[in-house]
Design a protein around this ligand. Structure first.
Ligand SMILES: CC(=O)SCCNC(=O)CCNC(=O)[C@H](O)C(C)(C)COP(=O)(O)OP(=O)(O)OC[C@H]1O[C@@H](n2cnc3c(N)ncnc32)[C@H](O)[C@@H]1OP(=O)(O)O
Ligand SMILES: O=C([O-])CC(=O)C(=O)O
Length: 378
């Protein structure tokens, strides 16, 4: 037992994992040995889920049967859709709505009562959760706009089908491929806060829906996944006011605020995912004749590097990428959850294979030996 206090658990090793490795000094990320750049360029999100859950990239037959099994799980029970509709009518925060809906899915999961140690059943639950999140999120987004949900299409991949269910029309190849790549980039990232939350829940031998629900709640915060929405808010404020990104950032820093999309607990250099998304944001802007979002972003990036020595994280360029794809700003973080659910599930399963209850300590700094005072005398 050590009494050294490591606030925020910085640098503390709590588990071993075969899933992903981050080199924070070199700006490298791998999933099970494969460079993120290669996976982003060549692999579909479905292949990456398979890689994370089963240890290897699938061959063509394995991918077909895995994809079919995911497609078969896309539909969501009517009761869950009704609840999603009520949350949309109440104008619930989209991450909170997703958290509630994913929790509710367990009531309709045929493996709900399987023990946490039954890995096959847990992965079946995982497949259902990952397959259904896009259906839930697209339905929520449409219903709050007074539109009917669009049923999933079996002939579209995970990414394209989500955009289809969101917009009511199939995306073109560029949009489908960009979204698929974004899902690949967000699928896993070591023991980030939400994944730690997922394994903490799993370590009590609770169920997978509880792990994913815990993780969604953790991802929601602005220091983690919630930052992507705040980045777009900043870029929009810049655009709607003086179009001076540096002035905006200077003022925010003077007020003691943090600039969303910058800084990272593990990376000391630019996040490799931000590099890939930055290129995509630039391409989308040039193709649409609206390079301003990328231009504002690069100005902020240069200023933050010079003034604060801070580099962009994944949330910085995902914001302008999604914006230029026409995706509503307040579902950027649920989209992150849509992708990261694969990583949460992989880590929960892996952790339980060699389980030990996660239970750190806090140093007590309160008083001792107080005399109890009766309520009438306080
Ligand atoms: C998917 C993801 O979760 S990626 C991260 C998404 N979150 C964000 O983008 C929010 C903005 N970033 C931050 O708040 C932080 O960089 C975090 C939370 C990501 C990492 O935090 P930590 O590892 O705890 O770093 P810490 O908070 O100790 O910051 C170190 C120093 O850099 C400064 N700093 C870090 N990030 C920022 C930022 N975005 N803007 C301004 N200053 C910053 C801090 O003020 C601190 O300075 P100080 O030592 O003078 O007080
Ligand atoms: O690793 C982290 O702390 C945050 C992050 O970039 C992610 O979860 O993708």
């Amino acid at each position: 037992m050590t009494d050294e206090l490591r606030k925020g658990l910085e640098g503390v090793l709590v588990a071993e994992s075969d899933l992903s490795e981050i080199d924070g000094d070199e700006g490298r990320l791998i999933y099970r040995g494969y460079a993120i750049e290669d996976l982003a360029r060549h692999a579909s999100y479905e292949e990456v889920i398979y890689l994370l859950w089963h240890g290897d990239l699938p061959d063509a037959d394995e991918l077909d049967s895995f994809t079919d099994s995911m497609v078969a799980e896309r539909a969501v029970d009517e009761d869950v859709l009704d609840t999603v509709g009520q949350l949309a009518a109440a104008d619930e925060n989209p991450m909170a709505a997703l958290r509630t809906a994913v929790s509710m899915l367990s009531a309709y999961d045929p493996d709900a009562d399987a023990p946490a140690t039954d890995e096959t059943a847990t992965l079946r639950k995982g497949r259902r959760i990952v397959a259904k999140i896009p259906t839930i999120l697209a339905a929520f987004t449409r219903m709050r706009d007074g539109e009917d949900p669009v049923e999933p299409r079996e002939d579209l991949g995970h990414a394209a089908n989500f955009l289809y269910m969101l917009n009511g029309e199939a995306p073109d190849d560029v949009l489908a491929e960009t979204f698929d790549m974004a899902l690949v980039l967000h699928a896993d990232h070591g023991l980030n806060a939400s994944t730690f939350s997922a394994i903490t829940t799993a370590s009590t031998l609770s169920d997978l829906h509880s792990s994913v629900t815990s993780a969604i709640g953790t991802l929601k915060g602005p220091l983690h996944g919630g930052a992507n929405q705040d980045v777009m808010q900043m870029l929009k404020e810049v655009d709607e006011s003086d179009r001076d990104p540096i002035g905006w950032v200077e003022k925010a820093l003077d007020e003691g605020r943090r600039i969303s999309g910058f800084g990272h607990r593990v990376y000391n250099v630019k996040d490799p995912r931000a590099k890939i998304l930055g290129e995509r944001s630039q391409e989308l802007g040039e193709a649409a004749g609206t390079p301003k979002w990328y231009e504002y972003s690069t100005k902020v990036e240069e200023y933050m590097a010079e003034e604060k020595g801070l580099a962009p994280n994944v949330d910085f360029y995902s914001a302008s990428t999604y914006y230029q794809m026409g995706i509503p700003v307040d579902i950027y973080t649920p989209i992150f959850a849509m992708s990261r659910s694969a990583g949460w599930i992989a880590h929960a399963v892996e952790y339980v294979e060699d389980n030990r209850l996660i239970r750190p300590r806090a140093r007590y700094t309160g008083p001792h030996d107080l005399e109890f005072v009766d309520i009438d005398e306080r």
